[in-house]
Design a protein around this ligand. Structure first.
Ligand code: 5GP
Ligand code: MN
Length: 339
C-alpha cells in the first residue's frame, strides 16, 4: 500500500463510521483473529464496527475476545443485509475473491457502495476493493493487520485484546511458527504482541488442548485410512460421512489431520478428502513441502486454491471417483514429486 493510500485511509478512519468486517466462509483462526483484532482496533476510534462471518466456526475459536459480538450471516441474514446496506466501509480479510464469502454474502458485498478494503495473503487477488493490501509472502492476515495498524502509526493502541486476537491467527496459520512463511519479522510481531498482553501459553492451550475423546477417536480412524504412494512422495487420508457420524464430528474436528500425512518421512504432498453430505461435495485440503504448488494443483483440478504449501478445493463426484481422479492425475507431476 502506498503512503498516499495509507494517509487516505487514515483520513477516512478519523471520524466514526459504520464499518463491516468480513472473513472467509468456514473461518479459521487467522480469519477470526484478524477480523476480531481489527474490530477491537476500530472500536478504539469509536467506529460502529461489526464482524459478519459467512457461517459458523469451530468451538476452539469461540473464546476469542469479541466472539459474542460476531454476526453470522448464515442464520442472521436480515440483520446482515441491513448492516451491509448501512456500511460506509467494508473490510474483507483473509480472502481475495468475493465468492469465498459464500454466495449470499458475496452478492451483498458486491452490490454495496461502501468503500472496500482488502487485507489478505492469498495468491491472485481479484480487484473488487478500492484499497488492496495483499502480500503472499506474509505468514498470515493477522501479521498484516499488525502491519496495517503499524502503517497507521497506531501500535500503541494495541492492547491485550487486540494482541490476543492477532496472536491466534499468526500461530494457527504458521502451524505454531514452523511453516516457511514464518520470518524473523513474524517473530518480532509475536514478541510485540506478547509484550502487549497476549498470553502465549494460555492461547496455545485454548486452541490446541481442547480435544474431545471422540475427536481423538476420529483422528485414529483417519490414521487407519492413511494411504501412501511412496514413489510420488504423496500421502492421503479420506473420511466418509458415515465415519464422521460414527465419531460425532463437530466443525473443526478434522483441522490439522492432513499435517499428519505430511509429517511422514520423505512425503512432500498430502491430501485429506472429507465427505460433506450437507454440501454434497468432497472437501479437499492439500498441503506440500518445498516448491510443489498445491495452489496451482487445486486450481487446475479441484476448483479451489490458496497458497503454495496449503490450499483447499472440492469435488462434486463421490469419494471413490474423487480419489481415483486424484491418483490418476499424480503421475503428470512425477517430475515435481519425485525429487
Ligand atoms: P484448508 O485446507 O485449511 O481449508 O485451506 C488451506 C488454505 O487454502 C487456506 O489458506 C484457505 O483460505 C485456502 N483455501 C481453501 N479453500 C480455498 C478455495 O476454494 N479457494 C481459494 N482461493 N483458497 C482456498
Ligand atoms: Mn490466513
Amino acid at each position: 500500500m502506498s503512503e498516499a493510500q495509507i494517509s487516505e485511509i487514515k483520513t477516512l478512519l478519523s471520524s466514526p463510521k459504520n464499518i463491516v468486517i468480513v472473513p472467509h466462509k468456514n473461518p479459521d483462526g487467522d480469519a477470526m483473529g484478524s477480523t476480531l483484532g481489527l474490530y477491537h482496533y476500530l472500536k478504539t476510534y469509536n467506529h460502529n464496527a461489526v464482524v459478519i462471518a459467512p457461517n459458523d466456526y469451530p468451538e476452539f475459536l469461540k473464546w476469542l475476545p469479541g466472539d459474542d459480538m460476531v454476526v453470522k450471516f448464515e442464520n442472521q441474514q436480515e440483520e446482515s443485509k441491513t448492516l451491509i446496506e448501512n456500511a460506509e466501509i467494508i473490510f474483507t480479510l483473509d480472502f481475495n475473491a468475493l465468492h469465498r464469502a459464500g454466495d449470499g454474502l458475496a452478492k451483498l458485498i458486491e452490490g454495496s457502495t461502501a468503500m472496500k478494503i482488502m487485507i489478505d495473503h492469498h495468491q491472485q487477488p481479484d480487484d473488487y476493493a478500492k484499497y488492496i493490501y495483499t502480500d503472499i509472502s506474509m505468514s498470515s492476515t493477522c501479521e498484516m493487520v499488525y502491519n496495517f495498524i503499524e502503517m497507521l502509526n497506531d501500535t500503541d493502541k494495541i492492547e491485550a485484546t487486540i494482541a490476543t486476537c492477532l496472536y491466534v491467527g499468526i500461530m494457527t496459520d504458521t502451524g505454531s511458527f514452523r511453516f516457511p512463511a514464518t520470518t524473523s519479522k513474524t517473530h518480532q510481531v509475536i514478541g510485540s504482541l506478547i509484550d502487549k498482553g497476549a498470553d502465549n501459553s494460555e492461547i496455545h492451550n485454548k486452541i490446541f488442548d481442547t480435544n474431545s475423546y471422540s475427536r481423538l477417536q476420529l483422528l485414529g480412524r483417519a490414521m487407519q485410512n492413511l494411504k501412501v504412494i511412496p514413489e510420488l512422495r504423496t500421502a492421503f487420508i479420506s473420511l466418509s460421512q458415515d465415519e464422521l457420524d460414527e465419531f460425532n464430528f463437530k466443525k473443526g474436528d478434522t483441522e490439522g489431520f492432513v499435517n499428519y500425512a505430511l509429517s511422514l518421512k520423505d512425503i512432500i504432498f498430502a491430501a485429506i478428502f472429507i465427505e460433506s453430505q450437507k454440501d454434497q461435495i468432497i472437501k479437499i485440503s492439500l498441503r506440500s513441502k518445498g516448491d510443489f504448488s498445491v495452489n496451482e494443483f487445486s486450481r487446475a483440478h479441484f476448483n479451489g486454491g490458496g497458497h503454495t504449501n496449503a490450499a483447499g478445493g472440492r469435488s462434486e463426484e463421490d469419494m471413490q471417483t474423487t480419489i481415483d481422479k486424484f491418483i490418476s492425475i499424480l503421475p503428470t507431476y512425477k517430475q515435481d514429486l519425485s525429487q
